[in-house]
Design a protein around this ligand. Structure first.
Ligand code: ADP
Ligand code: MG
Length: 331
């Protein structure tokens, strides 16, 4: 780190680690108090924030580059579910005294790689010391045509319910890391798949345009499908019937579920999926699926919106499943 007259350690840290990522003109090379962003004409800005705390959202010894990628990606997932295209992000990072420069360098390497890959440059942030665990908070923003943001409210009786990708992998991956009694007879490759899905979400940004064009309601699944879907139904004033056999599971997750019925509960109620859950009017379902194929994102219809105000029913072997807790909650 080179020193210039009057620069504090904090200034040098920002210049060395974060300035290279501030590639957008409006970021002003992090030389100012704030950044500016000129939204394209006819566009709304969509704003979202997610904070990650060491020991809560990631393990303190996880690779720093992957922690950075997860911090950005969980926000990109929110933008995708709202139908917005990523435009940029702000980063607040609270560092314990023991964090080494090598940790920050690796963190910024991962962050820069994803910022470039997703077209979401760094616009600014804040850097502070903490006596507590390392905390990373990203505020991301995206754009979409004015008025086209997809809300949690808007699902209508008769709409088809879709999810992207596969459900439950991350929750099962977390169980593999934390619980001794979750062997499920998995191969090394299957274990690696589940562990990786916990570490590194795959936000479905390529689907954003299809979501805003066709979805009546949508959200990203971050705290567990059962609980998150109940939130969407509540906001929409509807209920739903899900066919659990249709919920897409990876081959590793299917193997875990076959070995241990409790794994199905964990997959449906556990967090960290970062998949899109959306409802699409039946007459548009075919077009939505075609757009998803064109975007190279797997979507699966898992059920139907129905009238009512009860939580969605997850039908399994002829009965509605009962869950102790539908989703993760900090409080
Ligand atoms: P101020 O005191 O005016 O808030 P700071 O000295 O905290 O400004 O930050 C100086 C510049 O560096 C600002 O442009 C700010 O956005 C940027 N910055 C500080 N920390 C970070 C960070 N962790 N990531 C990105 N930019 C940062
Ligand atoms: Mg200032």
């Amino acid at each position: 780190m080179s020193a210039a007259a009057g620069e504090s350690g904090e200034d040098r840290l920002i210049a060395h680690f974060f300035r290279p990522l501030a590639t957008a003109p409006g970021a002003l090379g992090l030389h100012d108090d704030a950044a500016f962003f000129s939204p394209p004409a006819g566009c709304d800005l969509v704003l979202t924030k997610d904070a990650l705390v060491a020991g809560v959202h990631f393990f303190a010894d996880d690779a720093p580059g992957v922690v950075a990628q997860k911090a950005l990606r969980v926000n990109l997932s929110d933008l995708a579910a709202k139908g917005a295209d990523p435009a940029g992000f702000l980063l607040a990072i609270a560092l314990p005294a023991e964090v080494a420069p090598a940790w920050l360098a690796a963190f910024c390497e991962g962050l820069g790689r994803d910022a470039a890959a997703y077209g979401c440059p760094l616009y600014g942030g804040d850097t502070v010391r903490t006596p507590g665990p390392l905390t990373v908070s990203v505020t991301a923003f995206g754009t979409l045509p004015t008025g086209s943001m997809v809300h949690r409210a808007g699902a209508q009786s008769g709409d088809a319910v879709f999810v992207t990708g596969t459900i439950g992998d991350a929750a099962l991956g977390l169980l593999l890391r934390t619980s001794a009694d979750a062997p499920w007879g998995l191969s090394a490759q299957e274990r690696a798949h589940l562990l990786d899905r916990y570490l590194l979400p795959q936000p479905r940004n390529p689907l954003a345009a299809a979501v805003r064009a066709h979805a009546s309601a949508g959200m990203d699944v971050s705290d567990g499908l059962v609980g998150d879907f109940a939130k969407l139904c509540r906001e929409s004033g509807v209920s739903a019937e899900i066919d659990v056999r249709l919920v897409p599971l990876s081959s590793a997750a299917r193997k875990a579920v076959a070995a241990d019925a409790a794994a199905l509960d964990a997959a449906l109620t556990g967090g960290d999926d970062y998949e899109i859950l959306c409802t699409v009017p039946a007459r548009r379902a075919e077009e939505f699926c075609a757009a998803a194929r064109a975007a190279n994102v797997t979507v699966t219809a898992i059920g139907t919106i129905v009238e009512g105000n009860g939580p969605p029913r997850f039908m399994h072997r002829g009965a509605a499943m009962q869950f102790a807790s539908g989703s993760f909650s900090h409080f």
